[in-house]
Design a protein around this ligand. Structure first.
Ligand code: AMP
Ligand code: TRP
Length: 342
């Protein structure tokens, strides 16, 4: 497919399921900010319809959606330059999601590791929405003909499925309509690990709060968590290869690199031979310097929820201008009466 047919457009989403972590920031939001600019049109979404695939308390969902919006803006997403909104205000996502439910195959969904992890042993009791989750995600992306999707490493499989859905739709209907989206999984922190166990992903659902840095943590909490982070007794090596069997050490080096906007090689070059007693305070200072202004700004924005709601409503209206014609053309391709434009 000729890539040039499609406007360079970035789409990504985060679930408003509560508690942004350093993993979300470095793996996703910070990179969303970096992609704003003349090269791309950028669309960022709070995916509330995805969040409810597992139970969400309604009042908490409202609060978490606003908090996530505040987090995006505090981290540097400009709601004028980017389109920023919550998914349920743009019904075209769910409408295209239904079409994709009829394109995607049961077998494809059953292979999704996130489904297997989240449904656990009791798949019979998981929601139908949780099973269909990746098909709605494909709709989020393709309803904008998005060409690039920045995400953390854990979303790679879902993006491959998005490509499979686009390819099957195009083949089934003999069209060249949906782009084959590029995943953008780049940088030092595509998979930020737990501070307590370097083999586990940092996650808002980990029972130990010491395992993660929350975007709302204050300076003391950030410094404490980094000081207490699990490490090994050796000093930092002088090459990256020296970190190979040291997941905790490697994680801290990657976090440092991502926060400082330098490569892990540069971190090693600057800190080789240091003990963690020296490296951790440098990392804590850096983390506080980068994250504190964001959490302060988030709190300030949260004081005016009406303004956040206005931003989301305006973003949704702008999003619909792109989504509505693409849905109509999709319906037309599928043969739905009434879809042809007047
Ligand atoms: P979620 O909070 O699951 O909706 O994730 C939102 C975004 O953050 C996705 O792009 C994830 O890949 C990314 N993300 C979540 N946790 C991590 C992590 N520990 N390291 C890197 N990226 C992450
Ligand atoms: N599944 C993503 C996550 O849990 C969130 C998401 C939903 C998303 N729709 C998306 C990410 C579209 C990128 C593009 O992190």
């Amino acid at each position: 497919m000729a890539e040039t047919k499609f406007t360079p457009r970035v789409f990504s989403g985060i679930q408003p399921s509560g508690g942004l972590t350093l993993g979300n920031y470095l793996g996703a939001i910070k990179r969303f900010v970096d992609m704003q600019g003349p090269e791309f049109e950028t669309i960022y979404c709070m995916v509330d319809l995805h969040a409810i695939t597992v139970w969400q308390d309604p009042a908490a969902l409202t609060r978490n959606t606003r908090e996530l919006c505040a987090g995006f803006i505090a981290a540097g997403i400009d709601p004028e330059q980017s389109i920023l909104f919550n998914q349920s205000q743009v019904p075209e996502h769910a409408q295209l999601g239904w079409i994709f439910n009829c394109v995607a195959r049961m077998g494809w969904m059953q292979r999704m590791t996130q489904w297997k992890d989240k449904a656990g042993k009791n798949q019979q009791n998981a929601s139908l929405g949780l099973f269909a989750y990746p098909s709605l995600m494909a709709a989020d992306i393709l309803i904008y003909h998005a060409t690039h999707v920045p995400v953390g490493e854990d979303q790679k499989q879902h993006l491959e499925l998005t490509r499979d859905i686009a390819i099957k739709f195009n083949n089934d209907f003999g069209v060249d309509f949906f782009p084959i989206t590029e995943p953008v999984i780049e940088g030092a922190a595509t998979r930020v690990m737990s501070l307590r166990d370097g083999t586990k992903k940092m996650s808002k659902s980990d029972p130990s709060d010491m395992s993660r840095i929350n975007m709302t943590d204050d300076a003391d909490a950030i410094a404490l968590k980094i000081r207490k982070a699990r490490t090994d007794p050796d000093p930092l090596p002088d090459t990256l290869e020296g970190l190979e069997d040291r997941p905790e050490a490697r994680n801290l080096v990657n976090i440092y690199a991502a926060l400082a906007d330098i490569s892990p090689e540069q971190v090693i070059a600057e800190h080789a031979g240091q003990q963690f007693g020296t490296f951790k305070p440098s990392l804590a200072d850096l983390a506080v310097a980068k994250l504190s202004p964001i959490s302060t700004e988030m709190a300030r924005l949260m004081d005016d929820p009406a303004e956040i709601d206005r931003i989301l409503a305006r973003g949704a209206a702008r999003a619909r201008e792109i989504a509505a014609p693409i849905l109509r053309q999709t319906y037309e391709i599928a043969g739905m009466v009434g879809a042809v434009s007047a």
